[in-house]
Design a protein around this ligand. Sequence first.
Ligand SMILES: C[S@@+](CC[C@H](N)C(=O)[O-])C[C@H]1O[C@@H](n2cnc3c(N)ncnc32)[C@H](O)[C@@H]1O
Length: 286
Amino acid sequence: MSRRGGERTPERLLAAAARILRRAGVDEPRAEAECLWEGVSGTPRAQLRSGRAAATAAHARRFHARVRRRAAGEPLAYVEGEVEFYGLRLRVDRRVLIPRPDSETVVDAALPRLPPERATRVLDLGTGSGCLLLALLSQRPRARGLGVDRSAGALALAAENARRLGLGTRAGFVRGSWLDAVAPGCADLIVSNPPYVEPSEALGPGVAEHEPHLALFTPPGQPYRAYDAILHRARVVLRPGGALVLEAGAGRARALAERCAAAGLRVLEVRRDLGGIERAVAAVAP
Ligand SMILES: C[S@@+](CC[C@H](N)C(=O)[O-])C[C@H]1O[C@@H](n2cnc3c(N)ncnc32)[C@H](O)[C@@H]1O
């Protein structure tokens, strides 16, 4: 990526970066190089090819550093420091799981349980970046919510995301384990995407190396451990008629629905994600 004489144009930098990313095995090297350039320069991708402006030395240095991190296998979202979820731009770093598009299924399944005209209360267990809670609050201006997590770093980032999105006055964040410290009868809706990956399961490139293990893994042979901890108190914490919406790992939604029923909840729906996988289980308290 040296200048080698000629003008340092974005196009030259992009071409060199795409070569580096291709050699590193990145699937869409040119597209990712453009995303990284957009992140450092603020130039929208659509304008890149037509743009004649020279890249500043500071932009080029920052771009080079990001390309190196990406070529070393760090997920694009961490390198960029941001990701889009349910139409919101969220800050992400190694303190939190990168929100996945599949998890938008939880939001879709939860929204019908939050009447827009009512001042409802939402609990998000294992809030991470705050993605589920903030997506719900962004769609329901009268709702308030609490995000719970065991990770202090995740809670700090979730609170930052809430402030940046103008949702800070309606979202609180508290450190704790699932529903342990939550008062009875306080929630109209509980959502959660708890850790459900067994250590022996295969994950995508870079996931186990870079994303927090507290967010990913359940102990060996106990894929329902976090769900069971949540279901143990869900009925007590929900108001009558309140709903619980849980994200499920592939192939586990039906068994999870049975566990919800065994915990005294009425299962309403098992919703598929865009890939056709049963992803979210919605149930209500009597
Ligand atoms: C799969 S991540 C989900 C993050 C975010 N809600 C999302 O959907 O992208 C699981 C989250 O649960 C948190 N967690 C793990 N054990 C927990 C516990 N005992 N109590 C509360 N949160 C916990 C992790 O720190 C992590 O943020």
